[in-house]
Design a protein around this ligand. Structure first.
Ligand code: SF4
Length: 376
């Protein structure tokens, strides 16, 4: 029996230090704590995120931030609009949303104040808010990612026991795109030994390619603290033959080794090429002060995304992240700096990156990104 507990939030928008180059958000917003979908791989039950006394209550007690709209109303007055991701550690369209409508009220406020939005969900309830999402897309930028990790009906009850069916999620993606709202598939996580075979990877990518604008592949399933305990409980009970394999794959790490991730990313990259679907979300672009700086910064972040995807090394593109942040924070137009041939004087902008910037400013694209996107 699920218990709903109403709580008062002191703050609601969490600002990240850096822009995320998968989801493009700068803010995170979670209207609920806990999630009724109860996915057995969920990393929101790690101690890092948990507000429940025990991780076992994560899907049994749902905390409702009843005053979230009032708190948000005050916060947005003081902030510059930027991409808000809903939600990092809960599903914004879990069943509680039908009753409490917090996500809807929040979207109304974000729309009114010109904030772009990225929704990540497993629920077709998102279709209820098409009017607001369309309005946000018209004003600034909006994307919706529906998580789909498999269509295997025998495995789903073990992995995502209470979430809507992947078929319904894919139909939701299709409907959103038909309505002019960019929507794609978030194929995260690729669960080792259960879902990492080429047949499953190809099936998800192939079926997504018929309806989705993009598919994100998350091959680095984490296993840490409570998440690790819960997942091993699942394995021991239902897939005992996999326990040792997992122990060997993860050893003392929280993610599988780099070569495992690179191999799966390479496979997914090839299937995406074959089925003609992007394996990334195109960067947001919307009216804002010094928009060209924002576009250049995002172009660099997309190059970083590909470098990281191909190497499975989060530090492989640090220079691109650093340069991107410098440019986004500039008080002067990047075009003017480029005309003065002073790009390399900017902190973190070295020769190769300055060439990419100059090329992007004159052609709205760069050879570097084309190469990263098109070749493995
Ligand atoms: S839908 Fe997301 S937040 Fe909810 S249990 Fe599943 S993985 Fe966790």
């Amino acid at each position: 029996m699920v218990e709903f507990v109403e709580i008062k939030a002191k703050s609601i928008l969490q600002k990240q230090k850096f822009r995320d180059n998968w989801f493009w958000n700068r803010y995170n917003l979670n209207p609920y704590r806990g999630c009724q979908f109860a996915c057995n791989y969920c990393d929101a039950i790690t101690e890092k995120y948990l507000v429940h006394e025990s991780y076992k209550d994560f899907s049994r007690i749902i905390y409702i931030k009843k005053n979230a709209p009032e708190v948000l109303e005050k916060e947005v007055e003081k902030l510059k609009p930027d991409v808000v991701a809903m939600s990092g550690v809960t599903d914004p369209y879990q069943p509680a949303e039908k009753k409490y409508e917090l996500t809807r009220k929040i979207l109304e406020i974000l729309a009114e104040h010109g904030f772009p939005v990225h929704i990540i969900t497993k629920s077709d309830l998102v279709l209820r808010d098409i009017d607001l999402l369309r309005e946000i897309a018209r004003q600034t930028w909006c994307t919706v990612s529906l998580t789909i990790i498999t269509f295997d009906n025998e495995l789903l009850p073990y992995l995502e026991p209470f979430a809507p069916s992947p078929k319904r999620r894919l139909e939701t993606v299709e409907k959103l795109n038909e309505e002019g709202i960019q929507a794609g598939v978030d194929f995260t996580p690729v669960v080792p030994y259960l879902l990492d075979g080429p047949e499953n990877i190809e099936e998800v990518i192939k079926r997504a390619s018929g309806s989705a604008e993009y598919i994100l592949i998350g091959a680095a399933m984490t296993l840490r603290s409570n998440q690790r305990i819960r997942f091993f409980e699942l394995l021991k009970k239902n897939f005992p033959a996999l326990v040792e394999k997992y122990e060997n794959l993860y050893e003392k790490q929280e993610t599988p080794p780099q070569d495992y991730i690179v191999r799966l990313n390479g496979l997914a990259f090839a299937f995406c090429k074959n089925y003609g679907i992007k394996n990334y979300i195109p960067p947001p672009s919307f009216e804002r002060t010094r928009r060209e700086n924002f576009d250049v910064a995002n172009h660099l972040l997309l190059i970083a995304f590909f470098k990281e995807f191909k190497s499975a090394n989060p530090y492989s593109a640090w220079a691109y992240h650093k340069a991107s942040q410098t440019i986004e924070n500039l008080n002067e137009s990047i075009t003017g700096i480029c005309k003065r041939k002073a790009l390399e004087k900017l902190p973190g902008v070295e020769k190769t990156i300055s060439r990419v910037i100059a090329e992007f400013l004159s052609n709205a694209k760069s050879e570097r990104l084309e190469k990263e996107m098109n070749t493995w």
